[in-house]
Design a protein around this ligand. Structure first.
Ligand SMILES: [Zn+2]
Length: 50
């Protein structure tokens, strides 16, 4: 099978690292832009600093 399963998927560019990621069409992308799981995790850790 050479057919790629891209149905229900789309590409989003992470605004933090600039890499393209394949995400679900159902994924909610904020107005500020898509943040990949890796960068989102880092961001949360940073923001958690009080
Ligand atoms: Zn990223």
């Amino acid at each position: 099978m050479s057919k790629q399963r891209t149905e229900g998927l789309r590409h989003e560019t992470c605004v933090v690292c600039g890499r393209r990621w394949i995400v679900s069409k159902l994924a909610v992308v904020p107005k500020s832009g898509y943040v990949c799981p890796g960068c989102a995790g880092r961001k949360i850790k940073k923001e958690n600093k009080k």
